[in-house]
Design a protein around this ligand. Structure first.
Ligand code: AMP
Ligand code: ZN
Length: 134
């Protein structure tokens, strides 16, 4: 399979690696939203979160916790966004699971945001039912 993140994660293509273990490589994003924007890449291919084994998903969050703190500390960031896109509709452009770590700085001019809707109580009830009822 011709997957660029497989090649990067497994060291076939060089990258700016800030952390590596048996399961993951963490690299600097080539087109960063902010200084230190990094990607957590599992070495084993999975298209997206739905395909990712549970253990890898859990371990990815632990890497985010550890490396998020390192980024915040080393780069003097004021905050951190974790962003993870699944599917074209959600903005995924590389079809190999990756978890974005985006250090945030006061007045960095970035905007990870959405336009809030104002559903009625009935609409929210209906959505809740649709998700939870058999
Ligand atoms: P997404 O839109 O969630 O699929 O994000 C893909 C991310 O991968 C974008 O932020 C790109 O800038 C980044 N990216 C794509 N190719 C590379 C690469 N070769 N090395 C590092 N980052 C990359
Ligand atoms: Zn891959």
């Amino acid at each position: 399979m011709d997957c660029i993140f497989c090649k990067i994660a497994n060291g076939e293509i060089p990258s700016r690696t800030i952390y590596e273990d048996q399961q993951f490589r963490v690299i600097l994003d080539l087109s960063p939203a902010t200084k230190g924007h990094a990607l957590i890449l599992p070495k084993e291919h999975a298209d997206n979160l739905f395909e990712l084994p549970e253990k890898v998903a859990a371990d990815a969050m632990n890497v985010a916790k550890k490396m998020g703190a390192v980024l915040k500390d080393r780069l003097n960031a004021d905050g951190l966004n974790l962003v993870q896109n699944n599917g074209e509709a959600a903005g995924q452009t590389v079809m190999h699971f990756h978890l974005h770590m985006i250090p945030r700085y006061k007045e960095d001019g970035q905007n990870i945001n959405w336009k809030p809707h104002e559903p009625s109580a009935e609409e929210l009830d209906e959505i809740c039912k649709q998700i939870t009822e058999a």
